[in-house]
Design a protein around this ligand. Structure first.
Ligand code: GDP
Ligand code: IMO
Ligand code: MG
Length: 427
């Protein structure tokens, strides 16, 4: 039987998942999202056009690929409609190629309001949520009172919707927030009608059938492992399991059917929103990284925090996910630095040195222990391994040696074509 390969971020999101799913999609019959929702912003670039996808899997531009929004996803019909409409001009066959799980959770407008109200109430300790209603929607799912995509087909959907909004209004009453409910409700109900024309399916059957038929399947992660609800820097995390195991529960795929696990990471680190970030550079170097890497959120436009690569956290993510291949993104961004720093260990408050991620990440200061490598300091041109500057090859070898997983792809720019494959090796 075929396997489900999983591609996911090893850092705090925005590693470049969208680009690589698009690059790999021609090799796959199916691309499936398994968690998260419109908090994701996955960028794809080709033929001089840049696309940012939030709800729709990144295989959508490949004509022969089936795209699935799995049961583990939270879906906002309003954002979904907007996204589909923005794709109209590209003549994609979305009604044919896109399948949506009836078991995916529905984000309703009051979830977005609650997200905002909870963040306001947190004040200084706010998470920095994308305010797309992700947390409140997963809360309702776990609290067993949420709505699912399949519910929109029921005659009683409006009653169920109104019932849930009443529950939310009772909470919102105590939290100061201004909104125009009539407008939000009308927009939502219109988007729900729009959603009905799509293939709403039991995607766990679809995906297991595809597996039996020998189809190749790629599961597309959203966010990153360090934002995982269990293993991330809690409470500064998202509300889903972003790790490999999430692909099993978020698609209905048994663990023994998981094949390759592609762990994607930037040649440095970024984070958007609050929370611990041991290697963060709050200086000109960080600003230079942000400028060179155009590090502004794909979903919210917020500036991303930037810093050097962090080996202990990458090792942790590799362990939790069972990564079999590493994909390194945005090496080109580091071309401006004469010296490249690599955090290989952490020094804790008591002076001890560790390469493990400590439990107390939020309240206790962690000092990174760096090794300095010589930078390549020239722009990266060309599209083959031989074109890479010697110092960049040394950087790749150094990381591979530390992480003990082969780095099989190097991305040197945002376009599909700026991608170099590397034969499997661990130096
Ligand atoms: P995702 O959420 O993991 O899909 O990543 P995002 O799309 O949010 O952020 C990645 C950003 O980096 C996007 O703007 C991409 O176009 C861009 N990008 C991807 N790979 C590369 C690369 O190798 N070099 C450069 N300079 N930009 C890249
Ligand atoms: P992609 O898939 C980067 C961050 C938010 C916030 C925290 C919780 O594009 O990599 P949420 O809206 O989920 O309640 O926000 O998680 N966050 C992301 N950061 N990339 C993402 O997705 C993210 N999705 C959520 O900034 O700190
Ligand atoms: Mg993103």
């Amino acid at each position: 039987m075929a396997k489900v390969d999983v591609l996911l971020g090893l850092q705090w999101g925005d590693e470049g998942k969208g680009k690589i799913v698009d690059v790999l999609a021609p090799k796959y019959d199916v691309v499936a999202r398994f968690q998260g929702g419109p908090n994701a912003g996955h960028t794809l670039e080709f033929d001089g056009i840049k696309h940012v996808l939030h709800q729709i899997p990144s295989g959508i531009f490949r004509e022969k690929t089936k795209n699935i929004i799995g049961n583990g996803v939270v879906l906002d019909p309003v954002i979904f409609k907007r996204e589909i409409e923005s794709l109209n001009k590209f003549n994609l066959n979305v009604l044919e190629n896109l399948y949506i799980s009836k078991k995916a959770s529905l984000i309703i407008p009051t979830h977005r309001l609650l997200d905002q109200a909870y963040e306001n109430a947190k004040g200084e300790s706010k998470i920095g949520s994308t305010l797309k209603g992700i947390g409140p929607t997963y809360q309702d799912k776990i609290g067993r009172q949420g709505l699912r995509v399949g519910d929109i087909l029921s005659d009683t959907f409006r009653d169920k919707f109104r019932h849930l909004t009443e529950i939310h209004f009772a909470i919102l009453k105590n939290l100061e927030l201004n909104f125009n409910w009539a407008e939000l409700e009308a927009q939502f109900l219109d988007a729900v009608t729009f959603l009905k024309q799509f293939k709403l399916v039991e995607s766990e059957y679809l995906i297991n059938h595809e597996l039996q038929e020998g189809s190749s399947i790629l599961a597309e992660g959203a966010q990153g492992s360090l934002l995982d609800i269990d293993f991330g820097s809690y409470p500064f995390v998202t509300s889903s399991n972003t790790v490999t195991a999430g692909a099993c529960t978020g698609l209905g795929v048994a663990p023994r059917h998981i094949g390759e696990v592609y762990g994607i990471f930037k040649a440095y680190s970024t984070r958007v929103g609050s929370g611990p970030f041991p290697t963060e550079l709050q200086n000109e170097e960080g600003e230079l990284m942000r400028k060179q890497g155009n590090e502004f959120g794909s979903t919210t436009g917020r500036p991303r925090r930037c810093g050097w690569i962090d080996i202990p956290s990458l090792k942790y993510s590799i362990m939790i996910n069972g990564v079999t291949q590493l994909l390194m993104m945005k090496a080109d961004v580091l071309s401006v630095f004469p010296t490249i720093k690599v955090c290989t260990k952490y020094q804790l408050k008591d002076g001890s040195i560790t390469s493990a991620l400590p439990y107390e990440l939020v309240n206790e200061k962690i000092t990174p222990v760096y090794e300095n490598l010589k930078g390549w300091n020239v722009p990266i041109t060309g599209n083959s391994l031989n074109d890479l500057p010697e110092e960049l090859s040394q950087y790749i070898d150094f990381l591979e040696d530390e992480l003990q997983v082969p780095i099989t792809l190097i991305s040197t720019g945002p376009d599909r074509l700026q991608t170099i494959l590397r034969p499997l090796s661990v130096v």
